[in-house]
Design a protein around this ligand. Structure first.
Ligand code: GLN
Length: 489
């Protein structure tokens, strides 16, 4: 970028602190980039020009009074699943196309208390169901590396916005990979925290036992700053974990000598494209040169993650989405004949095909006589998967593997085959079923498209995970590459 503004949150924070530029100037810079590139990339469903300017002015005033924190005045994009008071929150669905929440999600409230500036609401798969952004009512966001390819999903708008430098950071949510997989497809960094680390209050529910919000940015260093601001106990979320606040940057400089990294043999089989296996092999060499010891481990039940995930996620979504009935908020059909017609037509019109498919599968799996055979069984598999990870963490400090079996695929390539789309979540869903933290960072390129690698840690071990990722980013420059399209403006 010819602008002279640095790209990372850490560098922008230093620039604001030195007075190289104001938050108002920085915000105008991003708004201009959004005007130039969003028509092509469709990363944002809603752009908040006036709101962003007002927050930027407030941030500059706060700095002038000597009350700025490290994130004060830094712009960012919010996945359109996080409720924002007074700003439409669509969740990528026609059902919520007219929904303006009266309250703000806790995680967002915390970013705003830190002084961050919301540029807009990022595109996403409808109700976060998808891996390509193509289920969005607003049309798919596009991959800035190749606009005829998907950005991944469901947090595809967030990932594409960060990759195209239409925001230095973004929020995402990850139920089965929706932060890590789009980060991988767009060549950015994304962290799914331990379940319970980031409040789910005000984050529109998909599958409550799996959903977790987290940050997306260019570097692990930036993820640490953002996680620090968005995480923490919230009494309004019954699964929020009350842990001591911590500095997630504290292990960024930690040496890797003696670190034990496990590579699951089940992740390195025929499903992974060979070029991606080679990328991972190269990452392993980087870690070994930094003093880590890499060894093969086994997660014997990981092949069960996809069936378990798609039962649990569909079952929970069928229950969560029953609230959209056309009565209190959201889409309501025209002139309903009676109450039943109101329910059925509002839902038929408001939901897209993928959401309906999940509701049907989930309702079936939860129905009397089938509950034990499907949901009950899936919960048992979930426990086996969790035990595999616990056994692995007895042997190694963290797990290294692929994020996705392929690089970004073409728009439309998988839309007619939902099962092939589901199967591609093979490396990410087990982490959600177990509630563990996992991140994806850029590790190479294949055919001009970014490849991500995944690091999985034990519960609440985000600081170490970020440190391991940061060391890799000090030794490589994959995360510094800029898509040609983003350089144009
Ligand atoms: N691709 C997965 C799904 O479609 C994951 C989605 C997510 O993490 N929100 O369910």
């Amino acid at each position: 970028m010819a602008s002279g503004f640095p790209s990372t949150v850490a560098a922008l924070a230093a620039g604001l602190e030195r007075g190289d530029f104001s938050s108002v100037e920085l915000t105008e810079h991003y708004l201009a980039r959004i005007r130039a590139l969003n028509p092509e990339l469709n990363c944002y469903i809603t752009v908040c020009e006036d709101g962003a300017r007002a927050q930027a002015r407030a941030a500059d005033e706060r700095r002038a009074m000597g009350e700025a924190g490290v994130l004060t005045g830094i712009p960012y994009a919010n996945k359109d699943i996080f409720c924002t008071a007074g700003v439409r929150t669509s969740c990528g669905s026609r059902m919520l196309d007219n929904f303006v929440p009266p309250y703000t999600a806790t995680a967002v409230e915390r970013l705003h208390e830190a002084g961050m500036v919301m540029l807009g609401k990022a595109n996403m798969d409808e109700f976060a169901m998808g891996s390509s952004n193509e289920t969005s009512f607003y049309g798919p966001a596009r991959n800035p590396w190749r606009p005829d390819c998907v950005p991944g999903g469901s947090s595809g708008g967030s990932a594409a916005a960060v990759a195209a430098r239409l925001a230095p950071a973004a929020t995402g949510t990850d139920t089965g990979g929706s932060i890590r997989q789009p980060a991988s497809f767009c060549g950015v960094s994304g962290l799914k925290p331990t379940y319970g680390r980031v409040s789910r209050w005000g984050m529109i529910a998909f599958a409550s036992s799996l959903d977790q919000g987290g940050p997306m940015a260019l570097t692990a260093e930036d993820l640490a700053l953002l996680l620090g601001a968005m995480s923490g106990f919230d009494s309004r979320d019954s699964t929020s974990v009350d842990c001591v606040p911590e500095d997630f940057s504290r292990l960024l400089g930690a040496p890797l000598a003696g670190l034990k990294l496990g590579l699951p043999k089940e992740f390195l089989d025929g499903r992974l494209a060979p070029e991606l296996g080679a990328t991972l092999e190269e990452a392993r060499r980087v870690y070994e040169s930094l003093g880590a010891e890499c060894r093969e481990i086994s997660l014997p039940n990981s092949g069960l993650a996809i069936p378990a995930y798609y039962i649990v996620a569909s079952a929970e979504c069928s229950s969560n989405l029953s609230r959209y009935d056309g009565v209190r908020f959201g889409h309501r059909c025209d002139q309903p004949a009676d109450l039943l017609d109101l329910y059925t037509r509002s839902r038929a019109e408001g939901f897209g095909a993928e959401v309906k498919r999940r509701i049907l599968v989930g309702t079936y799996a939860l129905s009397a006589g089938y509950y034990e055979a499907y949901y009950g069984k899936a919960q048992k598999l979930r426990r086996l998967i969790q035990r595999d990870f616990q056994a692995a963490f007895g042997e190694v400090d963290a797990i290294l593997g692929p994020t996705s079996p392929s690089v970004a695929f073409g728009l439309g390539q998988k839309t007619d085959d939902p099962v092939s789309m589901y199967l591609a979540d093979i490396y990410t869903t087990a982490v959600n079923l177990a509630g563990l933290p996992g991140l994806s960072i850029p590790a190479g390129f294949v055919d001009g498209l970014p490849v991500g690698m995944q690091l999985i840690g034990n519960y609440f071990d985000e600081a170490r995970l970020l440190g391991i990722a940061h060391r890799f980013q000090q030794a490589t420059d994959w995360h510094r590459r800029v898509p040609a399209l983003a350089d144009k403006v």
